[in-house]
Design a protein around this ligand. Structure first.
Ligand SMILES: Cc1ncc(COP(=O)(O)O)c(C=O)c1O
Length: 405
C-alpha cells in the first residue's frame, strides 16, 4: 500500500466526517469495488463478504446480469412516468406471480415502503370488510423498517420512546406464543404481520404449529396475514420463499433487498381477494420504473436459472455443520438459521469485538445483538467460501481470546 493511497483514504474519511450526516458508526474504511464474494476498500484490502450488502447482493457484487440489464434498459427507457405501464414492469410482475402463487404485485423502492403498502392494504380491508378495524398485531423483537409507521410496527425496545408520538394501531406480542397472539385479537384487528425468520432480531424462526394456528385464526376472523420476507425472500432460506417451509400461504407478502441484487427495489404481492386499492390509495414517482424493473427481472431470472434456493439450502447446512464442529473448541452456542441466513451466540459483549477483529482479518460479519453473530452472504456462496469464512472466524476468535474453556 503506497503513502498516496493511504492519504487518499484519510482525505476521504475527513471529507465524510465533514459532509455525511451521522446516522451510524462506520469503520474507518471506504469501500470502492466489489466482485462476487469480495469487497475491496480504497487501500486495496479485500474482504470476504458474509454480510452481503445486508442480505441484498444475492448474486454477489457487481454481477454481469445486473450490469447488462442496467446498460440495456438505460439505453432504451430510464423513466416514463408512474402514470404509464412499461414492458419490464409487466414481465417482472408476471414472473413474481408465477413463482409465488400470488395474483397481483405493487412495486416500491425500499422494504419499509413495501411494508407501508401492506399496512395500507390491511387498513383498507379493515375499513371495507371488518367494520373499520385498523389494528395490526406484530411481534416483539421484529424489524419492519424505519419510516414512522414501520418504527411503530417494529418491536424493538430501543425505539419505544423514539420520535414520539408513535403512529398508533400496532400491538406487539412475543414470537411463538399463540395464546398471546390470540389474546391480542379483537374486533379492531385487521392484520397480523410477521417475519418468519426474524433477521435484525437475531435470526429467530417461527414454529410451524404456531404459524399454522395463526393462519387458521386469520381465516376464522377474516384477518389479513402479512408476511414480511424483505430479508428472507427469494431463495435466502433455502426455498424461494420462507413461507414455503411452513405449508401456508400468506394473504400479503413483502419482498425487497435480494430481488434487486443491490438496486433499490421492493414489492408487495397479494391475491385477487385483496385487490382493494382504488385510484389514489397508493403510488409513488419511482414505483415500477423501467430501470428497476429490468434489473429486478434479470436478477430474479438469474436466481432461478442458477437454482440458488437449492444452493442456499445445501451451503447453509454445510455452514451449520462446520459451526457445530467449531463449537467444540470455541464458546459459540445456539447455532441456528435457515439456508444462508444463520447465526450463533457468543459470550455477552464479545460479538462486536469479534466483528471488528474479523474485519481486520478480512471477513465481514454482523452482530445484530451484543451476544449474537449473524451471516447473510450472497446466495452464490459455495462450500469453499464457507471453509474460508470458518478459517478467518477461527483466527479472529483466537485473536480476541475467545477460545475453548
Ligand atoms: C424483515 C425486514 N423488513 C423490512 C426491512 C426494511 O427494509 P429497507 O431498509 O429496505 O426499508 C428490513 C431491513 O433490514 C428487514 O430486514
Amino acid at each position: 500500500m503506497t503513502k498516496a493511497v493511504q492519504s487518499q483514504t484519510a482525505d476521504l474519511l475527513a471529507a465524510a466526517e465533514q459532509s455525511v450526516l451521522f446516522t451510524a458508526k462506520r469503520p474507518n474504511v471506504v469501500m470502492e469495488r466489489g466482485e462476487g464474494m469480495q469487497l475491496w476498500d480504497t487501500e486495496g484490502k479485500s474482504y470476504l463478504d458474509f454480510i452481503g450488502g445486508w442480505a441484498v447482493t444475492s448474486l454477489g457484487h457487481s454481477p454481469a446480469v445486473l450490469r447488462d440489464a442496467l446498460m440495456k434498459q438505460s439505453g432504451e427507457l430510464v423513466h416514463a412516468s408512474p402514470g404509464f405501464y412499461n414492458k419490464p414492469m409487466i414481465e417482472f410482475s408476471q414472473l413474481l406471480t408465477d413463482i409465488s402463487g400470488f395474483d397481483k404485485v405493487f412495486f416500491a423502492n425500499s422494504g419499509a415502503e413495501a411494508n407501508e403498502s401492506a399496512v395500507k392494504l390491511a387498513r383498507k380491508h379493515g375499513a371495507l370488510h371488518l367494520g373499520g378495524a385498523y389494528e395490526i398485531i406484530t411481534l416483539t423483537n421484529s424489524f419492519h423498517g424505519r419510516t414512522l409507521a414501520m418504527m411503530s410496527a417494529t418491536g424493538k425496545a430501543q425505539w419505544d420512546t423514539l420520535f414520539e408520538p408513535k403512529v398508533p394501531g400496532f400491538i406487539h406480542v412475543p414470537i411463538n406464543d399463540f395464546d398471546a397472539c390470540f389474546a391480542a385479537i379483537s374486533n379492531k384487528t385487521c392484520a397480523i404481520m410477521l417475519e418468519l425468520v426474524q433477521g435484525e432480531g437475531g435470526v429467530n424462526a417461527v414454529d410451524s404449529a404456531y404459524l399454522q394456528a395463526i393462519r387458521k385464526a386469520c381465516d376464522v376472523y377474516g384477518i389479513m396475514l402479512i408476511v414480511d420476507e424483505i430479508q428472507t425472500g427469494l431463495a435466502r432460506t433455502g426455498k424461494l420463499f420462507a413461507f414455503q417451509h411452513y405449508d401456508i400461504q400468506p394473504d400479503v407478502l413483502t419482498l425487497g433487498k435480494g430481488i434487486g441484487g443491490g438496486y433499490p427495489l421492493s414489492a408487495m404481492l397479494t391475491t385477487n381477494k385483496f385487490d382493494l386499492f382504488v385510484q389514489g390509495d397508493q403510488g409513488g414517482t419511482y414505483n415500477g420504473a423501467p430501470l428497476a424493473m429490468a434489473v429486478g427481472l434479470a436478477v430474479v431470472q438469474e436466481i432461478l436459472r442458477l437454482g440458488l434456493a437449492e444452493q442456499a439450502a445445501a451451503v447453509g447446512s454445510y455452514a451449520i455443520n462446520k459451526l457445530q464442529e467449531l463449537s467444540r473448541t470455541y464458546p459459540i452456542s445456539n447455532i441456528r438459521g435457515k439456508g444462508l441466513l444463520f447465526a450463533f451466540d457468543v459470550p455477552d459483549g464479545t460479538a462486536q469485538p469479534l466483528v471488528a477483529q474479523c474485519m481486520e482479518d478480512g471477513l465481514l460479519i454482523n452482530a445484530p445483538k451484543p451476544a449474537t453473530i449473524r451471516f447473510m452472504p450472497p446466495l452464490i456462496a459455495t462450500k469453499s467460501d464457507i471453509d474460508e469464512m470458518i478459517g478467518l472466524l477461527q483466527k479472529a476468535m483466537t485473536g480476541i481470546g475467545l477460545s475453548a474453556s
